[in-house]
Design a protein around this ligand. Sequence first.
Ligand SMILES: Nc1ncnc2c1ncn2[C@@H]1O[C@H](COP(=O)(O)OP(=O)(O)O)[C@@H](O)[C@H]1O
Ligand SMILES: [Mg+2]
Length: 259
Amino acid sequence: MIEARGLTKRYGDLVAVNDVSFEVGSGEVVGFLGPNGAGKTTTMRILTGFVPATDGTAKIAGHDIFEDPLAARRAIGYLPETPPLYPEMDVAHYLTYVARLKDVPRGRRKGAVDRAMERCGLADVRRRVIGSLSKGYRQRVGLAQAIVHDPAVLILDEPTVGLDPIQIREIRGLIAGLADSQEGGTGHTVILSTHILAEVEAICRRVMLINAGRKVLDGPLAELTRDGQRLEDVFTRVTLSDQAEASAGGTAEAAEAAQ
Ligand SMILES: Nc1ncnc2c1ncn2[C@@H]1O[C@H](COP(=O)(O)OP(=O)(O)O)[C@@H](O)[C@H]1O
Ligand SMILES: [Mg+2]
């Protein structure tokens, strides 16, 4: 469903994403982990077509993000770090507006909006102005705008950042529900970035760890934590040994990127 090949993004001398390749199958839920500055957001922005890669390419549901960007973007729902909400609009109007932007045909828009609101627990606040909602509810609206066109792939950038523990639990529950198969079909394919390990353990079955722009680990959560290993320890070990390598034997560029 997602196929990334050699994705690289340079900002001047900084290599924000360095030759990252991976595949994500239909219905998989992948936790994209890494310390701050590791390159998670940049990778997601490349996949969603918001920034061009310096090198490499990716396919979303078979559509190349450079050769066929419109089809690729149509297959994606994206919750960025700061969702593009309009505080003065009410929930239902905002989602209808997003549905129109995402080319949901006019005749299907109301149904699509109702369904997104229902799935994100927004039915009771449909006429509320977004700016008057709590942060947890605004994040639900953020999720709803990502799924309103029923995309195959969901890309969620730190979806619980800044929420309180109860809101975090609610949002995690919603995401887990979106990933579950519905009505006999497969659920959404999800990539979710976070630096909170508990989040991955709560929602994801596969972990991809990125550090200083490079993918350093990729595998089933169960495998990484077998023999009672804690994900936290795996994370720390891999991140630290990667940094030591970069500053000892690596190029100046790698050492810089590791900081
Ligand atoms: N627009 C930009 N211009 C220059 N550097 C950037 C830009 N966006 C991100 N970076 C740098 O790229 C690196 C990766 O950032 P980011 O992808 O946001 O990491 P993460 O989301 O994992 O915290 C960081 O060092 C960051 O400062
Ligand atoms: Mg980020």
